[in-house]
Design a protein around this ligand. Structure first.
Ligand code: UDX
Length: 449
C-alpha cells in the first residue's frame, strides 16, 4: 500500500517515519521546498529523539520519500493523511485554511478511490468541511470518484513521539464506511499486535475525543497547580499531597506534577479552541475557562516569587536560568513558561543568562540579543544573583551544589519544577523557593556538598 502524508511538520514526519518503519510506502509532502530539500539530504527540521535515524533508515530502504508535489503523491496513494498546521487565529479558534487547501488538492488530483484522513487537530465538524471541499473540486472537474473521509487524531507526546506511535495506548478513528474501516484496520495492524485497541467511532466523536483528552490532561495540571498554591498558603507540602492523592488508582500519579503551567503546541491551543467551540454553540464551558485562567496565573508564579524576594526591585539583578523549552527532550518553546517568565524579568530590568541543552537556537528567535546564551549550565551562574529552574531536564537534577554555591553571589534557588528536596536544600545552606511548598530557613552549619 502507498500512502501520502501532507504536512511534514512534527506530526507528519513522525507518522510518515513510523508507517514506513513497518514496511508501508510513504510519501511525505510539504509546500516548503527548503524543508523538503533538507529532508531529502537527511536534515530533520525538528528535534525528536530517534526520528532522524528512522527517517534515514527508511529513505535508504526506498520506503520513505519527500516531495513538494502533492499532485503526484495524491495520484499514487490510496490513503492521504492531512497533518498540516491549524494555528489559532485572533479569536482563539483553529484556522482551517491549510487543512481545507489540502482537501481541495485531493479533489483536484485524485484519480481513483481515496481515503482522506484528518490527523491535524481540528474543531468538531471539520471532517464534514473536508468532505465538502473534496466534493466541490470533483464537481468542478465534472468527475465522479468515490472517496471517504476519516478523523484519526494523534496523541503523540513531544520527546516520546516515536514510542507513542509504535506502541500507542489506543488509536482513535472516526469514519462512516466499511471500506475506510478495513483500510485503517490494515494500516494500523502492525501497531496493535500487542493488544492495544483501534477504537472506531463516528467522525464527530473522534474529533471531540482529541480535544477532550487534551482538555482532561490540562485540567489535571491546572487543578494540581491551584492546589499547590493553596498548599503553600496553609503550610501543606504539595509533593506529599500529590503522592497521597495519586495512590488512589481513580486519580493516578500521572499528570499531577505542579509547576509553572502547561505549555507546548497542544494544550494551550486546544483548550482555547474547545472553549471557542462551546461559545459558538452557546454553551459555557466553565471548567475549561478556569483551567485556562489558572494556567495564565501559574506561568507568572515563579516570576512573582523572584520579584517579591527582591521587594519588587529587579533592576540590575542577574538571574541564571536553567531550561527554556516547554518541557524536557524537546527544543520546542511554543507557549513555554520560560517565555513569560524571562520577558517579565527583562521588563523588570533584570539581566538573564540562560542555558538549555537543546533549545538555545530556538530561544534566539524569541529573545534575540536581550539575554545572554550560555553553552554550559554553570556558566549562567557566573556573577549571577540567583538560579531559576524553568525546565526539568534530567541533567539539572543532580548538579554540584558546591559549584552552584561557589558561583552565585548568594545561595538562592527558585525552582519552577520542584526537582530538589526542600529540606536537603536547607541543609546545604540554600534559600530555596519552589511550587506549593513553603521555603525553609537555610541551616547555618552547611553540609559539604
Ligand atoms: C500533549 C499530549 O500529552 C499529547 O497526547 C498530545 O497529542 C499533544 O499534547 P505535549 O504537548 O508533547 O503532548 O506535552 P506533555 O508531555 O503532555 O506536556 C504538556 C505540558 O504540561 C508541559 O508544559 C509540561 O511541563 C506540563 N505538565 C505535564 C505539567 O506541568 N505537569 C504534569 O504533571 C505533566
Amino acid at each position: 500500500m502507498k500512502i501520502t502524508i501532507v504536512g511534514s511538520g512534527y506530526v507528519g514526519l513522525v507518522t510518515g517515519a513510523c508507517f514506513s518503519e513497518v514496511g508501508i510506502n510513504v510519501v511525505c509532502v510539504d509546500i516548503d521546498s527548503k524543508k523538503i530539500e533538507n529532508l531529502n539530504k537527511g536534515i530533520i527540521p525538528i528535534y525528536e529523539p530517534g526520528l532522524e535515524d528512522m527517517i534515514t533508515r527508511n529513505m535508504n530502504k526506498g520506503r520513505l520519500s519527500f516531495t513538494t508535489s502533492i499532485e503526484t503523491a495524491v495520484k499514487e496513494s490510496e490513503v492521504v493523511f492531512i497533518s498540516v498546521g491549524t494555528p489559532p487565529d485572533e479569536d482563539g479558534s483553529a484556522d482551517l485554511k491549510y487543512v481545507l487547501a489540502v482537501a481541495r488538492d485531493c479533489g483536484k488530483h485524485m484519480t481513483d478511490y481515496t481515503l482522506i484522513v484528518t490527523k491535524s487537530t481540528v474543531p468538531v465538524g471539520t471532517s464534514l468541511k473536508v468532505k465538502e471541499a473534496v466534493q466541490d473540486e470533483l464537481n468542478k472537474r465534472n468527475v465522479s470518484i468515490e472517496f471517504d473521509v476519516a478523523s484519526n487524531p494523534e496523541f503523540l507526546k513531544e520527546g516520546a513521539a516515536i514510542n507513542d506511535f509504535l506502541k500507542p495506548d489506543r488509536i482513535v478513528v472516526g469514519l462512516n464506511s466499511e471500506r475506510a474501516e478495513s483500510l485503517m484496520s490494515s494500516l494500523y495492524k502492525p501497531f496493535t499486535l500487542n493488544g492495544h485497541p483501534v477504537i472506531f467511532m463516528d467522525i464527530v466523536s473522534a474529533e471531540m475525543t482529541k480535544y477532550a483528552a487534551n482538555a482532561m490532561l490540562a485540567t489535571k495540571i491546572s487543578f494540581i497547580n491551584d492546589i499547590a498554591n493553596l498548599c503553600e498558603i496553609v503550610g501543606a507540602d504539595v509533593n506529599k499531597v500529590r503522592k497521597g492523592i495519586g495512590s488512589d488508582t481513580r486519580i493516578g500519579h500521572k499528570f499531577i506534577y505542579p509547576g509553572i503551567g502547561y505549555g507546548g503546541s497542544c494544550f494551550p491551543k486546544d483548550v482555547q479552541a474547545l472553549i471557542r467551540t462551546a461559545d459558538e454553540n452557546n454553551y459555557n464551558l466553565q471548567v475549561l475557562q478556569a483551567v485556562e485562567s489558572v494556567n495564565k496565573y501559574q506561568k507568572l508564579v515563579l516570576f512573582n516569587k523572584i520579584n517579591s524576594y527582591y521587594n519588587g526591585d529587579l533592576k540590575g539583578k542577574t538571574i541564571g536560568v536553567w531550561g527554556l523549552s516547554f518541557k524536557p527532550q524537546t527544543d520546542d518553546m511554543r507557549e513555554a513558561p520560560a517565555l513569560y517568565i524571562i520577558n517579565s524579568l527583562l521588563e523588570a530590568g533584570a539581566v538573564v543568562k540562560a542555558y538549555d541543552p537543546v533549545a538555545l537556537e530556538e530561544a534566539k528567535h524569541h529573545f534575540g540579543d536581550r539575554i545572554t546564551y550560555c553553552d554550559e549550565q554553570y556558566e549562567t551562574l557566573i556573577d549571577a544573583d540567583c538560579l531559576a529552574i524553568l525546565t526539568e531536564w534530567p541533567e539539572f537534577k543532580f548538579p554540584s551544589f558546591k559549584i552552584i554555591k561557589k558561583l552565585l553571589s548568594k545561595p538562592l534557588v527558585f525552582d519552577g519544577r520542584n526537582i530538589y528536596d526542600r529540606d536537603e536544600m536547607a541543609k546545604y545552606g540554600f534559600e530555596y523557593f519552589c511550587i506549593g511548598v513553603r521555603s525553609k530557613k537555610p541551616e547555618l552549619e552547611t553540609l559539604s556538598v
